[in-house]
Design a protein around this ligand. Structure first.
Ligand SMILES: [Zn+2]
Ligand SMILES: [Zn+2]
Length: 199
């Protein structure tokens, strides 16, 4: 039904191999990393993204909010380092994109990026198309990297992304390969995710 292909212009992509009827489920995939949009803060859980009337606040950073203890526990492996970073830059709140980028870096650092064996494309192998960006786009990415660096603190970067230049490149890769996460009715964007499963 779908296949991976390479285009000269845009790099790797997915395309349909047959005509698809409207409403056909083409692909399901859990995100490698994702972030709830700032606009949905206090409305939805930062872990499962479900809407809740009352949410439990993380007692560390007081920024991330969850449905219950289960969601808080589920988020902890990705939130642990983040919680410290959020406290460090308080009262500043990093942009959603910086939170997402940092979650990816922590995930790489924790060597959870063992996805090659699972038929996934590695996050570091994504197409960045960096050279095709305009100067203003490159500058905007540079600004994200500066914010990311102060949020990250003094700790070493993951080996797969060893220096700031590599972070900049990863930044372009994520910008280029992230998808909006829609609400239940597909009416509004509630977050952003990076999906690595491609077949
Ligand atoms: Zn939840
Ligand atoms: Zn926290």
């Amino acid at each position: 039904m779908i296949e991976v292909f390479r285009s000269e212009e845009r790099g790797r992509g997915l395309r349909a191999t047959t005509d698809l009827r409207k409403g056909t489920l083409v692909l399901t995939s859990a995100p490698f990393a994702y972030v709830l949009s700032k606009k949905q803060k206090g409305i939805r859980c930062d872990h499962c993204l479900n809407k809740q009337t009352t949410l439990l606040r993380c007692s560390g950073c007081k920024y991330m909010k969850y449905c219950n203890r289960e969601c808080q526990k589920g988020a902890w492996s990705s939130h642990k380092s983040e919680c410290t970073a959020l406290k460090r830059v308080e009262p500043k709140i990093p942009p959603d994109f910086v939170i997402l980028l940092s979650r990816i870096l922590w995930k790489l650092q924790n060597s959870l990026d063992d996805n090659r064996s699972e038929n996934l494309v590695s996050v570091v192998d994504l197409e960045s198309n960096y050279t095709r960006l305009s100067d203003s786009q490159k500058e905007a990415l540079g600004q994200f990297v500066i914010v990311m660096h102060s949020y990250w603190g003094q700790g070493a970067l993951p080996v797969q992304v060893p220096d700031i230049k590599a972070v900049l490149e990863l930044c372009a890769k994520i910008k280029n390969n992230s998808f909006a996460i829609s609400d239940e009715e597909m009416q509004a964007d509630i977050g952003t995710g990076v999906y690595l499963r491609f077949v």
